[in-house]
Design a protein around this ligand. Structure first.
Ligand SMILES: Nc1ncnc2c1ncn2[C@@H]1O[C@H](COP(=O)(O)OP(=O)(O)O)[C@@H](O)[C@H]1O
Ligand SMILES: [Mg+2]
Length: 241
């Protein structure tokens, strides 16, 4: 089967910092893939590279068969993206923002999709509120809606649950699980191992830009270990306590 995401020796250097160091990995269709690692390990950099927001210093990556360096616009037109700590435009209302996304993405049923999201994430009462006046949690709901409005076959989400309360976290986890069951693929980054263990099918662990391990979550838990135990044993071996 063709990989939905294929990364070969991908490297990103910022000045003195090697944010990603010759990483090779792939993600298959239907995976709920978790990119794991401590703060500063390169997770956000990987998502930026895979969505053409920054250019690699070395190596290559394809997303849905498109080279991210040669065709970043093509990649972004196909995938859904929620960047880390992103906020929607301050000067638009929630509804105006989703309509704008619908127009840019040429979505035929924006109104229906939008209505579904307002109801599903319970923020229809905020549809006419300017984004600058929305709470952090509501902004994140809006970012979810914009990412999935065109029903992308692949969504990349940087730290998906961080701004949600526990009830909304459950709703979003259910949504992601259902979304991959339909044959779509989700790529998330998280440093919260309990979430990864609960929802991810596959994982990769980064430390200081290097890939320490990849595998299936069920292989770790099937061996009687929690993902965080496995993760800590690897990280400690790498000398980062
Ligand atoms: N624009 C940038 N300029 C300089 N250094 C950066 C930049 N972006 C990230 N870094 C550095 O690259 C490393 C990886 O960062 P990041 O990808 O944000 O990690 P994570 O998402 O895992 O916390 C960190 O050391 C960070 O300080
Ligand atoms: Mg990050």
């Amino acid at each position: 089967m063709n990989a939905i995401v294929d990364v070969q020796n991908l490297t990103k250097v910022y000045g003195d910092t090697t944010a990603l160091d010759t990483v090779t990995m792939s993600v298959e269709q239907g995976a709920l893939f978790g990119l794991l690692g401590p703060n500063g390990s390169g997770k956000t950099t990987m998502i930026k590279l895979l969505t053409g927001q920054v250019r690699p210093s070395g190596g290559a990556a394809t997303v849905l068969g498109l080279d991210v360096t040669a065709d970043p616009v093509g990649v972004r037109s196909l995938v859904g993206i929620i960047p880390e700590q992103e906020t929607p435009p301050s000067f638009l209302t929630a509804e105006e923002y989703l309509r704008l996304v619908g127009a840019i993405r040429k979505i035929p049923d924006t109104e229906e999709q939008m209505a579904w999201w307002f109801e599903y994430l319970e923020f229809g009462d905020k549809r006419d509120v300017l984004c600058k006046d929305l709470s952090r949690g509501t902004r994140q709901k809006l970012m979810f809606a914009q990412a999935f409005l065109h029903c992308p076959v692949l969504a990349l989400i940087d730290e998906p649950l961080i701004n949600f309360d526990p009830i909304m976290q459950e709703t979003v986890k259910e949504y992601l699980a259902g979304y991959v069951k339909k044959g779509n693929t989700i790529f998330i980054s998280t440093h919260i191992l309990e979430i990864a263990e609960e929802i991810c099918s596959d994982f990769a662990i980064l430390q200081r830009g290097k890939l320490l391990s990849t595998g299936r979550v069920a292989e770790v838990t099937g061996a009687g270990r929690h993902l965080n135990e496995y993760f800590l044993s690897l990280i400690r071996k790498g000398g980062h306590v």
